[in-house]
Design a protein around this ligand. Structure first.
Ligand SMILES: Nc1ncnc2c1ncn2[C@@H]1O[C@H](COP(=O)(O)OP(=O)(O)OP(=O)(O)O)[C@@H](O)[C@H]1O
Length: 291
């Protein structure tokens, strides 16, 4: 299974050039599309979900153009948008039954089996008779995943699924997401580096409509290993280092500012080497806003 995005560009009617000749080939497993707000992630996702057309370019799924045959692709697609509504006064089991019927599960026994399997998969069996509009944010997202999986999609797209979840819910959600990559192409759009660190074996960084980096997280991290230095600094020193070095991030630690610099050589007195992680790699492309 392979999804190939070829030279996709998009300019909206207000003149925003949201995607600039984007190329990506995505195989089975969990793929992280990481970028800051406004990078163009949703524009790619909506294009993949065949909800909007690009100005140019094509998208191939196992060789055929999904933009020329969107109906066929939608049958293979599971899409969890950033915000999705739920019907009021309906329980999880009622709603899943309803969606399963819409997706063609006409045999009542098979439908029930599928609904129970999905409720179990997303750990909502004990909440199955509760109204979905009373669910917490995390339960809603898990319900959304169950709904997305009803027709056994080959391509699953989840757009910013962990925004607003508390750490416990986020972890529970990771546990569910990570199983999906076994049988499908799963594209996870996020601005949260930890989502990609925890889940993805392949990733790309998108900024201002362009792919800045692409690869296996561990390989990308290895690229900057040995180039990171950290030190606690005064505001004046920070300004000095900003003028002289590539400052990729600053951290507040117990009220003091710690600076992280990317440099082949030790920047000098007081700096100690820092082991690289995916957040550092991300910030080496998208410098964090200054404290
Ligand atoms: N329908 C639209 N009409 C006009 N401009 C748009 C439209 N959708 C997105 N944009 C603009 O295109 C750019 C990319 O937006 P997009 O929503 O794709 O980014 P994003 O990475 O998903 O960001 P976010 O995380 O904030 O959703 C932004 O400048 C945005 O304001």
């Amino acid at each position: 299974m392979q999804l190939t995005i070829k030279n996709i560009s998009k300019t909206y009617s207000n003149g925003v050039h949201a995607l600039k000749q984007v190329n990506l080939t995505i195989g089975q497993g969990m793929f992280g599309l990481l970028g800051p707000n406004g990078a163009g992630k949703s524009s790619i996702i909506r294009t993949l979900a065949t909800l909007q057309e690009p100005d140019e370019g094509e998208i191939l799924f196992d060789g055929w153009n999904i933009l020329k045959n969107p109906q066929k692709f939608r049958r293979l697609l599971g899409y969890l948008p950033q915000d999705f509504g739920v019907y009021p006064n309906a329980s999880a089991v009622e709603l899943l039954n309803y969606f399963a019927r819409l997706k063609g599960f006409t045999d009542a026994r098979k439908r029930q089996q599928q609904v129970h399997y999905l409720l179990d998969l997303v750990n909502l069996t004990s909440a199955r008779n509760k109204n979905v509009d009373t669910f917490s944010g995390g339960m809603r997202q898990r319900f959304g995943i169950a709904q997305t999986l009803i027709s056994d999609p080959k391509v699953i797209i989840v757009d910013e699924p962990t925004a607003g979840l508390d750490p416990a819910e986020r972890n529970r959600f990771y546990g569910i997401l990570h199983r999906l990559g076994d049988q499908a192409i799963v594209i996870l759009s996020t601005h949260i580096v930890g989502d990609v660190t925890n889940l993805c074996r392949d990733m790309a960084i998108l900024s201002q409509g362009q792919i800045l980096a692409r690869g296996v997280p561990a390989t990308l991290i290895a690229d900057i290993e040995g180039q990171l230095w950290r030190k606690t600094v005064t505001p004046e020193q920070l300004e000095h280092y900003r003028g002289k070095y590539k400052v990729i991030a600053t951290r507040l630690q117990q009220g003091e500012v710690q600076v992280i610099i990317q440099s082949q050589d030790n920047p000098g007195e007081g700096f100690i080497p820092k082991a690289a992680d995916l957040e550092d790699f991300y910030f080496s492309y998208i410098p964090e806003l200054a404290i």
